[in-house]
Design a protein around this ligand. Structure first.
Ligand SMILES: *[C@@H]1O[C@H](CO)[C@@H](O)[C@H](O)[C@H]1NC(C)=O
Ligand SMILES: *[C@@H]1O[C@H](CO)[C@@H](O)[C@H](O)[C@H]1NC(C)=O
Ligand SMILES: *[C@@H]1O[C@H](CO)[C@@H](O)[C@H](O)[C@H]1NC(C)=O
Length: 360
């Protein structure tokens, strides 16, 4: 059986934004001389936490006492909509810029920029090239420019120099660094004396996305993973309390996208319909991005558009406005959106399928 994958579309996916007291107040705490009008201690503090791929219904799958504790002492929004497309990089950059992917420029985890003639992949060092990120200004940069301080633990983009700046305190991305270590660093940064303390922190954790990909979100084995996330949240709350930060730091817990169960019976193989020689494969299912070879756009489109009702093939100019996913050179001339539960690939024995089989 094939594992799961991110789901396409823009349905409500995420469950959870919880705010703790004290209420958020303006981050503009500079006086007319451009000096900080409050000491670091008085300035409001915010920690933004993302558990990757935390699907909207996970919170009720198993007892999640720590999540419910936050909800009882704060607020929970009815739903959160991810931006199109449902991938980690675009959505995490939207969370810290307030912009759609077509505007902030991180349009996918795997991208090609025809102007730069460069490829971006979350699997390579290309993520460290500033130019991919600089159409937008992430919150940590805005806050630092306004005289505040920020700290980042593994949030996508937070170890990249953007507009000439890194967060004041940050960790280089390393998936092997435990959640607990990430939390401990953030606690240190928030607790630093006076002006050295950060005002804003971001914390990223790869789960439950990683297990969701391997097991499929509907797998009963996910229950243990979800319970584990609740424990991690408990660890965070406890550390905040121990450090005397619980009453001082606003906390937002959220996620980037949901997941849907896939099946090896629901695969569409593009090789059956169109030769690979006609295009470059830029990004994978559930929203496949193809760059046609010169003069081949119409041929590819015509060959694919009607072959299977479980995928929708768009020419770039026909991508629906409501996706806000069109006005950027990094969005490819052909986009193929798999319908929920379906996977589009080149063929079942290609590298993409092997990658997914490995994960089962
Ligand atoms: C784009 O870069 C590749 C190498 O990565 C090079 O072979 C190709 O000629 C470049 N294309 C253009 C139009 O500059
Ligand atoms: C990543 O983190 C692990 C665990 O802390 C550590 O052993 C490893 O050396 C780190 N890798 C790099 C490249 O820093
Ligand atoms: C599938 O793709 C691989 C290359 O990725 C190729 O070697 C193989 O022949 C293809 N299989 C079929 C059935 O077309």
């Amino acid at each position: 059986m094939l594992s799961c994958l991110l789901r396409g579309g823009c349905s409500p996916l995420l469950c959870l934004w919880a705010l703790l007291l004290p209420p958020l107040v303006s981050l503009h705490s500079m006086n007319q001389h451009g000096r900080r009008s409050h000491s670091a201690k008085e300035r409001p503090k915010l920690l933004l936490v993302s558990f990757d791929g935390f699907r909207w219904d996970y919170i009720d799958r198993v007892p999640t006492l720590n999540f419910h504790n936050i909800i009882d002492n704060g607020v929970m929004v009815e739903h959160v909509e991810n931006v199109y497309i449902t991938k980690t990089y675009p959505n995490h950059y939207s969370l810290v810029t307030g912009l759609y992917a077509e505007t902030h420029g991180i349009v996918a985890n795997e991208m090609y920029d025809p102007v730069l003639n460069r490829s971006f992949s979350m699997e390579t060092d290309s993520v460290y090239e500033s130019r991919w990120w600089e159409a937008a200004v992430p919150l940590w940069v805005s806050i630092q420019k306004a005289g505040g301080r920020s700290g980042a633990a593994m949030w996508p983009g937070s170890d990249v120099k953007i507009h000439g700046m890194f967060p004041n305190r940050y960790l280089l991305y390393n998936a092997s660094v435990s959640f607990e270590t990430r939390v401990e660093r953030l606690i240190e940064w928030f607790s630093a004396p006076n002006e050295a303390a950060v005002d804003f922190g971001v914390l990223y954790w790869e789960e439950p996305d990683e297990s969701g990909h391997k097991l499929g979100p509907e797998s009963p084995l996910m229950d243990v993973v979800i319970a584990g996330i609740d424990e991690k949240l408990g660890f965070l709350m406890n550390e905040l309390k121990k450090a005397g930060l619980y009453e001082k730091v606003n906390l937002i817990v959220t996620s980037d996208h949901g997941m849907t169960q896939l099946s090896s019976d629901k695969i569409i193989e593009l090789d059956e319909y169109v030769s690979r020689d006609l295009y470059t494969w830029v990004d994978k299912s559930p929203v496949v991005a193809l760059l046609p070879k010169e003069g081949k756009l119409d041929e590819i489109y015509d060959k694919l558009v009607d072959v299977n009702p479980n995928m929708v093939v768009y020419k770039k100019e026909d991508i629906p406005e409501l996706f806000h996913y069109q006005h950027n050179v990094r969005i490819m001339p052909i986009l193929i959106a798999a319908k929920e539960g379906w996977t589009v690939m080149q063929n079942r024995t290609g590298p993409f399928m092997r990658m997914y089989s490995k994960l089962i």
